[in-house]
Design a binder for this molecule. Sequence first.
Ligand code: C2O
Ligand code: CU
Length: 485
Amino acid sequence: LGASAVAVPAAGLLVAAVRDRVDTVGRVAFTNRLQAPPLAPSRLDSAGRRVFDLRIRAGQREFVSGRPSSTWGVDSDYLGPTLRARRGERVLVNVANGVDETTTLHWHGMHLPPEMDGGPYQPIEPGATWSPTWTIDQPAASLWYHPHPHGRTARHLYRGLAGMFLVDDNPVPGLPHRYGIDDVPLIVQDRRLDGGRLDPDEPMSGTTGFLGDHLLVNGILGPYLEVTTTRIRLRLLNGSNARVYDFAFADGRPFAQIASDGGLLSAPHGTRHVQLAPGERAEIVVALTPGERVVLRSASPATGAGLVQRDGGADRFDVLELRAAPTLTNSPELPDHLAALPPLPAHTAVRTRTFELAEHHINGRKMDPRRIDARVGKDTTEIWEVRSGDGTLHTFHVHDVQFQVLSVDDRKPPPELSGWKDTVLLPPGTRMRLIMRFADYADPHRPYMFHCHMLYHEDQGMMGQFLVLDPGQAAAPLPLPGGHP
Ligand code: C2O
Ligand code: CU
C-alpha cells in the first residue's frame, strides 16, 4: 500500500505497541554469504508426473557460529529447498514426516483440489508420508509452502518449516531468470536469538503475535549477496509469523516491482518501497553499477505498520547487503509489458460476503471444524469484503484462489495491488473488496481455509472454512482428523 492509501493510525495504537516492545537490532554487520535455497531434485515417473521427495526433519543450525539451535527443516536443518514446476505439469510430492509431532505441508497460493491443499485436514503423522498430486494450472508465480497443523502453525513455521514453490510459464523476454545468479528468492523472517540461540518453544503470543529481534534471510543472519549482473530479480517472501516489512534500499534508489503473490503484474511498477505482510510475496528488479554496495532495509514509515509493531517510531531493520562485482554482465532492459491480467469484473460476482476480523474472531466466530462458514458454487465468482474491526493489523488469506483487489476504501487499488493476490494486509479501518473465482474443484467433504496470516491469530482461531460445491451438491464435511473436536 502506498502511504496515501492508508490512514495513519490513532495514538491509541501506541498502547498496543508498548506491549509488543522488542529490542530491535537496527544495523547489522553483513558477514555471511547468502545463497538461493537449493533447488529440490525431481524426476519424471512413468505417468509423466514430476516427482519430488521431501522429508521434514529435526536438526541443529548455528545462526551464530558456535551457538547451535534446535530447529526443523525440509531436507535441511532449517527451511527447505525450492520446488519448481511448469504450468501444465502434473506434480507428485512425497512428504515424509521425520519429526515427532503431527504436522502438514500447505502449498500457499496454489490452485488445487482441497485434499491436496495441505491444510489442517491433511495431517502427516510422525513416520508417515503424504503424497499429494495435482496439475499446475496457474500463471508463473512465486508461491511457497509451510506447515498448517490445527493450532500449531506458528510454532512449526517458527522452527524452520518453509520453502519456495516457483511456478514457471512461458518465459517473458527481458526478465532475469537464472536461478541463484540473477533470480534469487529471499525468505525474510524475524527470530529471537537469545545468546545467539533460537528457542524452538518460544511463546508465540502478543498483540500481533510473535515479533523477533533479529532478521534471517534464507536462514542466514547478517547476509550479503554477491551480484554479477547489472540487474537482479529478488523474489521476496515475508515468511515471518507476524511482522510487516516495508522494503526499501538505504540510498532510496528506485526499482521495479514485477510481480505480486500470484504472478506478474501487467507492467513493471516503478517504486522505491514495497510493503509485505506475513505470507505475501513481491518480485522486484533492481539495477546495480559495478563494485557498488547497497543495503536493502525494512523501515516501516507512514503506513502505520511500524507504529503498531514497535514503540518509538519506525521499525527499522537492515535486511541484506547487495555487493556488485567489479565487472558485471549486462542484463537486458525490462520489458514494458509483463502479463495479460484479465480483469474479474464486479458484475460477474454472484454474491458479496463480508468478513470482519477482530479479537481472534472472524465475524464474531472462532474456527470450528464442525462449522462451514461459506458454501460457494464451483465456477462462480464472489466478492469478499474484508476489514479489520479491532483497531489492529490483520491480514486476509484465502486458500485455492488468487483474487483481485477491486477496491481499497472504495478507491481503485494502487499498482502493487493490481495483480493476482492471495494475501492482503488489513490496516485498521481499511475496507477491501476482493473478487475471486472458485474454479475447477468441488468437494462436499473437504473444506478450504481462509484466515489471518498472522500466525498467532490463526492458531487462536481467526480462521474459517469454505466448501466449493457443484450445483445441487449437499455439503457433508468430514471431521477434522487428529482427535480435534
Ligand atoms: Cu500460508 Cu492457510 O496459509
Ligand atoms: Cu490477525
